[in-house]
Design a binder for this molecule. Sequence first.
Ligand code: GAL
Length: 858
Amino acid sequence: MKRCHHLCSLLPIWFSLVILFLNSHISNGDNVTYDQRALVINGVRRVLISGSIHYPRSTPEMWPDLIQKAKDGGLDIVETYVFWNLHEPVKGQYEFEGRKDLVKFVKTIAAAGLYVHLRIGPYACAEWNYGGFPVWLHFIPGIKFRTDNEPFKTEMQRFTAKIVDLMKQENLYASQGGPIILSQIENEYGNIDAAYGPAAQRYIKWAASMAVSLDTGVPWVMCQQSDAPDPIINTCNGFYCDQFSPNSNNKPKMWTENWTGWFLSFGGAVPYRPVQDIAFAVARFFQRGGTFQNYYMYHGGTNFGRTAGGPFIATSYDYDAPIDEYGLLNQPKWGHLRDLHRVIKKCEPALVAMDPAYTSLGQNLEAHVYKTSSGACAAFLANINTQDATVKFNGKTYQLPGWSVSILPDCKNVAYNTAQINSQETTSEMRYLSSISEGTTQPLSKLSSSGWSYVKEPVGISKADAFTRNGLVEQINTTADASDYLWYSISINIRGDEPYLVSGAQTLLHVESLGHVLWAFVNGMLVGGGMGSASNVKTSLSQLIILDDGKNTIDLLSATVGLQNYGAFFDLSGAGVTGPVTLSANGVTLDLSSQQWTYQIGLKGEDLSLFVDSDDSDSLWVSDSTLPTNEPLVWYKTQFKAPAGNNPVAIDFTGMGKGEAWINGESIGRFWPNYTASSSNGCSLCSYKGAYSSSKCLKNCGKPSQQLYHVPRSFLQEGANTMVLFEELGGNPTKISFATKQTGSLCAHVSEMHPPQVNSVAYPEMTVSKQKPGPLVRLTCPGPDQIINEIKFASFGNPQGTCGSYSHGECSSTDALTVVQQACVGTNNCSVAVSIKAFGDPCKGVTKSLAIEATCSS
Ligand code: GAL
């Protein structure tokens, strides 16, 4: 008793000590702040490399691999927007399952040991439907988006708080021991705020203090918002941000969107951005005082379902990102940037210590040096001209290729040049299954001999909930985006006594639409159509038609292709047939615009959920030998076996027109393989030298904008899989095929003049400490179980050409093939020194390079 008395009196103290200990260990919180140089984590300024991966643009099954690849690529942070319309499709009803599982995504990033930048917005832009806003928001009385408007602010605050609370409940903020070190409120409002007048500033002040009041314990940013109120950090978005400076000298220079390519539009060519230019832009940013940089996108992924923004944003959101749409490395982009990150990390102690000291080395030749009193020194030498240059720096001579930056982590030796790629390149290969019917599991009784069954979608009004209105209605206000489709239907009765409308004679039907796609049917027959494009979303139609005696029906099918996601008042841009709609004959025009029209929102097949395999709709599917092809408005269904193996799967929709596709009930997005990019000269060769813009480098001119559509492996199952297509304008589904994507060849072409391969702690096997450092070719098979099985080409001398078509120059070592074969064949990865020591000297006095093409076993 006595002893207890003594000990017991100490209990409360012990107890609080235990709680303190537990708290500090359980929450293990990071303290994230910032100063004029950098984000500061637990008192330490950090150089941080970040990359955007949007969780709903891949699948939870893909996330761990994507995040690991991001980590291996040298990222510290994964950035994502939060997509409001995904999580709250109906006001007050939240969804966080499957691809919408934000908490799981954040935890997966944490499990890989990376940080998170959560851009809550909740306006996102992002080529996402309606910029991420739920369409119901538009119908709140008195609402005005993104301005000082009470109904809007109430909703914005409610959703932002909802997400912050969700993250807090799960202890996901760094302050709670979680991975989130940064959050964004709004998005690029500064680009368009002038259009909102003085209310804009009130709104941005409100948004800032609302965000801060949510007390996340980590800093907030606003991108492209030069008047971002303290303590919010204003950050830069763009292809280059080295010239940017934040609005206070207490804030660090941060780059939230470095566009690694650009997005694809239906009807457009495929944009790409050379990695030498991205590396140049990144190096310039760190050269000139930046400490935080995010790739938008690091993995772009896929706009599944109807999530694509618009108008006309394609289903693929590949973006030419370092990881491709399918989750495979986009090489040499991924590797060359990984090498850059390693070198920048070597410079970190010097970079965070101070602002750089600038010296000019000549016209458009710049040196920036970070040199600390404790001896750390990092230098960046930039050549902003397009021609090569030789410069003198600290008494030494350096060659600087045009439009490049050399990084010297010790202020003496070049460890990296943005224009000299050491990393391997890979070609990818689509392997086609010979036909879709090859994959058919069994000819189910429901399928015809072609392997397909079908349902014809009725032309015009077929649903019980159709309604009439006087005049033409705007589409988005009418459908609330419940479907892409709105039918506009009207009857014209020809009695025979009209002076102008004559049965059997030609009549001109003219229709004006705000977009995006329009099909006109007269008496059930398709007579014409029109479609807008990303640059002009409106469309119109002028078509000669023939009317019959008595009742004639004109049915106009208007389709949206993703709702506008960018610009001032983007929410009000509107779509659909707002007129005029006229008929003209014999010099007289009849305006139908204000007459009574009958409307139908969506398709009958959508109401019947034809895209889901169910007993209810089973009996509707027809399987006879006359599969309708090249006819508008047909639903198609088939069954197939998933392609064998683990390689990513794509469907090639060649042969189809436009529509949407579902695999086992999951929409893989809109398909539109017959919308081709114009063949005019936009695709001529593009050099990485000189300032990049989104239309500078394009490919696939004259070809379909998107022919291949990603089917995530997790959408597929063993045994029978069901595919349903809705074809809007006419196609032949028997022509579509499955393909798998794999690496074709590994290639590298490295010159003796390149800096040495970048060593790294993360890749100990790469350390070549015993060798004299020099450039290396390093090849790695993409799969851990793969080995290099063939060297298709090897040349040391002056080989030419590109991966897949290298050729020997007049100078070439006779040993090259044997040396490379010995070093590489049978291994998963190999390194070969680019040196005369390894190959002998086939041409003295000439700068030589080593080119290799190899393949890996599958
Ligand atoms: C930015 C925007 C991003 C994305 C990007 C283009 O203006 O912030 O959300 O839309 O443009 O891909």
